[in-house]
Write a protein that binds this ligand. Sequence first.
Ligand SMILES: Cc1cc2nc3c(=O)[nH]c(=O)nc-3n(C[C@H](O)[C@H](O)[C@H](O)COP(=O)(O)OP(=O)(O)OC[C@H]3O[C@@H](n4cnc5c(N)ncnc54)[C@H](O)[C@@H]3O)c2cc1C
Length: 474
Amino acid sequence: VTPAALAAFRAVLGPAGILTEPADVAPFLRDFRGLYTGRSPLVARPDTVEQVQSLMRLATEYRTAIVPQGGNTSYCGAATPDASGTQIVVSLSRLKRIRAVDAAGFAITVDAGCTLSAVQAAAAGALRLFPLTLGSQDSCQIGGNLSTNAGGTAVLRYGMMRDLVLGLEVVLPDGRRMDQLSGLRKDNTGYELKQLFIGAEGTLGVITGACLKLYAAPAEYATALCALSGLGAAVELLGRLRASFGELVSAFEYIPAAAYALVARHLPEFVPPFAAASPAYALVELGLPSAARALADDFAALLAAEIDAGRLADAALASSLGQRQAFWFLREHIPDAQRRAGASLKHDISLPVAALPTFVAEARQRLKLLAPCGELVAYGHVGDGNLHFNLSPAAAGDDAALLALEAPIKRLVHDLVAAHGGSISAEHGIGRLKVAELERYEDPVALELMRRIKGALDPLGIMNPGKVLRGGDS
Ligand SMILES: Cc1cc2nc3c(=O)[nH]c(=O)nc-3n(C[C@H](O)[C@H](O)[C@H](O)COP(=O)(O)OP(=O)(O)OC[C@H]3O[C@@H](n4cnc5c(N)ncnc54)[C@H](O)[C@@H]3O)c2cc1C
């Protein structure tokens, strides 16, 4: 960034809109997982859409690469600049107005820099639900959620971020603003452009605003932790629950004994709800609208029948908010417990739900031979076919041996995922971490189309270079 460019950015953003002191810039340069630390001469912090437009006009004029950043909670290094020192970070965190809540139309229009929890709270204030639910919701932002097409624990019922959007406002690399914020539920006028920017990880434009769908807030949740024999039993239980309760099943999270044991070992706050250990657990939740409250009894009856039939070992129903929170504590603290257990190798994969048990059995067998130093901790959003297929050290002191096998383990897991018709990135995206993996596994025609779209929308290649597609592709 030349002194002339720096002066121009400063003039457009004002003193509050630009950070250049190394200590101020530092937190924006390192990703959440600590995999990457980049360099950048400045962090731009626009607080109006017009400022974003002026900034992008300058970025085009000075050929300056920009890295849009929301809450910086990406799991794949998508929001971190590279080490060249030539990319500038554009933080959207000052763009955080709730623009309008339309309770009657079940819609909310927000700035991209609103945190997810601020949007959830604004919806709740109007007795509505914005259903996206992530462990990072207090810091991640709507623009980041959109740009990663975030998933989380309510996808089974409400879909991913892509499904929750009515309209977008996007600033293009040349500074023009695309306004598709009308919020219409029906609009078949040409190509569906907003979907291009959703999941694009900041490589096509800067999202500045969004009109999002709201839902009726459940009057009550029926939540149970079920003890069962393994993944096969979990998939079958999910099928029976969905057949009986349809869309009311809002979460189905799989927790193998290995994950349960990690939380029990590393988080003393966790009180195990069952006396006996089980090979696996499923956290099941129904969101019940007021007119369907009585279905909580039917849910309890179904679980009791499952136990009588020998298909479930046990089930604990939450009878209070505190118990519901305790069950979710278990699920939400698995990543934390894994971190405390030492090194971990993570794979964010998805497969057809029915293929999950065979896939995991096959992968486990092969991993036993390749990496006896690793313990498989494969948990997560089984209702969506999505597993966080992670490995922790099998015993204290196995960390180095496990990390040394990172590359062959990744190849084994991803090759097997591909062979079973799955995806190597279910919800975390590509970022910097999986660029080569995308090249390896993506359909070549799809990959070529992605490169052409990138070239058409960002001809100078200034939008988040090196993420999703290899640099120089545009
Ligand atoms: C504890 C924890 C739990 C998590 N759980 C889940 C989960 O269950 N499901 C899930 O899907 N993810 C999960 N994540 C990953 C992460 O939180 C999500 O990917 C989230 O959507 C990222 O939002 P962010 O604002 O932090 O984006 P950032 O990390 O800041 O950025 C992510 C990407 O979006 C781009 N971007 C950000 N804002 C904009 C914008 N306004 N315009 C254009 N591009 C932009 C960035 O350039 C980058 O490519 C979790 C992360 C943590 C730390």
